[in-house]
Design a protein around this ligand. Structure first.
Ligand SMILES: [Cu+2]
Length: 139
């Protein structure tokens, strides 16, 4: 009789739809995205030379777990720009000292980049970590 009752019903229905969408996104994300860096893990990414400009740069990734060097991992880096329509660039790094991995990554355009560090530890544990690389310059 009052307009209240149908309005409340509609609100409940809308919440149900949002919940289903949220569950669908979580399930899809779980299948496709490797887990984020474990809480005990440390990742340091350094580039040489600095400041970064368009072209090849040496990239060094240092991995620790509870402050101990993480040796024997497979480490790949993926360079992406913050806008759509760019091909990512990739590098597979080589361990040059315990827990220290090095390679060459190509920055193909000036602007803001982010680099995904993809790690598979020797024990099979797989995770990824993203770092911002803003302001790659015109050479
Ligand atoms: Cu670009």
């Amino acid at each position: 009789m009052t307009p209240r009752s149908p309005r409340r019903k509609r609100t409940v229905h809308r919440h149900g739809t949002i919940l289903v969408l949220a569950v669908a996104i979580v399930v899809q994300g779980g299948c496709q995205t490797p887990p984020q860096k474990p809480a005990t893990a440390g990742v340091t990414v350094t580039f040489n030379p600095l400041p970064l400009s368009v072209g090849d740069a040496q990239v060094t990734v240092t991995l620790t777990d509870e402050s101990q060097a993480v040796s024997g991992a497979t480490v790949e880096v993926e360079g992406n720009m913050n806008h759509a329509g760019m091909k990512p660039t990739f590098a597979t790094l080589t361990e040059v000292a315990p827990g220290s991995y090095r390679g060459t990554l190509s920055f193909t355009m000036a602007g803001d980049w982010f680099v995904l560090v993809n790690v598979v530890e020797a024990n099979g544990k797989r995770w990824t970590h993203s770092i911002e690389v803003p302001g790659v310059r015109v050479p």
